[in-house]
Design a protein around this ligand. Sequence first.
Ligand code: PLP
Length: 447
Amino acid sequence: MTLLEIFPSLRSGMTSPRLDSTVWPCETHYDDLGQITVGGVVLADIADQYGTPTYVLDETEVRRRCQAYRKYFPDAEVIYAAKAMLTKGIVRWVAEEGLSVDVCSAGELAIALAAGVDPARIVLHGSGKPLSELESAMKAGVDRIVIDSLTEVTLLSAVATRKQQVLLRLSPDIDVHGHPAVRTGVIDQKFGFPLGSTAAKEAIDRVMRQPMLELVGLHCHLGSQICDPDFYGEAIRRLVAEMSRVEHEYGVTLPQLDIGGGHAVAYRCGDVEMDLSMLADIIEDALDAACALNHFARPRISLEPGRAIVARAGVTLYRVMTVKHIEGGRTFVIVDGGMNDNPRVALYGARYDAVVANRHPTGPHMTATVAGRYCEAGDILAADVQLPTDLRPGEVLAIPCTGAYHHSLASTYNGVGRPPVISVHEGRCHEMIRRETSADLLARDLG
Ligand SMILES: Cc1ncc(COP(=O)(O)O)c(C=O)c1O
């Protein structure tokens, strides 16, 4: 008999790098039986009750992250980028914590409104907003619309039935060197207008001439998974200079500067995340310097974190289907989910950890690749992770830091419905989104 078997409570005191608090929700522990609990709920029990795969979301962690932003940026507007993860429950939490909400479609807008978010706290984004979405946003009374193209100036002016506040999205030519799919501060990409370009000047000019549109500020979004806060300082310097130019040319002082989101989170132990305290200092210093240099009144800063609010709050549960040792190759642990519920590995080459959730393994480990059930060789969830050599079909695997861009990016490939979202809080769980069934899929198929 091992010491752990004689004194199971020793397990809860064990420190394990796999439960690193930079990757897991703060309320994650091993219980006396060696099972992982999040928000006071045993993950294996959730897997039993709701099936797998299942997204688990820790409400306390989401609220804590909102509170951290409010603490470090007391004078800024913190706008939750709802594309990271959107359900009525989540937007309600972030709104209760004092955040505004950024939506990028009529569908996201409808969810935010259904959750009771005040339209005066909603900002609409998007690189190709259809006329009907602009109309819905106007009708709903969203506070600001971020203009992304010259066509949008025309469309918005055509549907405006009241004065609409707008921001103009500019790319400040800042390369954050991330994955090309999320590098949006450079000139040659699809969003907004290159700072200083003829098109940008034309857009500002057209907005200024539209009586129903009120330009209240500039916007940029540099990319995602940005660890170095200096990039934001540089964006502020460049955009404040442009705001000053607008003031000189039109006699209008723009009061708002939205510097987007993109703050890095740690997906695996040892990954670097954005230091919010450093970011706050750099923003302050850059604002002071840029406003002094350009003799420009200090604008209100808006930040748009998405993943930094919800990524760490999420844990995805899978059931092991089989373990395959390929002769001369890798060991694959095949689970009952995969690229449908987590397309980030295939899209961005994202890396994750995976651990056994239904017991605390103390024996030998093997290097394995967790792969999904879908008909693609690239359907991988976590490559080269350490898992117990005695891992068996039926056991529950948990992949942490899966709260952002998982539920929202999920698909129904191979005719498999999307997983439910189960929130946990103070020992209780709540089904926020139910599992998608074959009946749901068939309901859309009109034959
Ligand atoms: C305009 C805008 N703001 C904010 C975000 C949120 O980014 P992240 O989730 O990396 O913070 C995005 C993400 O694509 C975005 O496009």
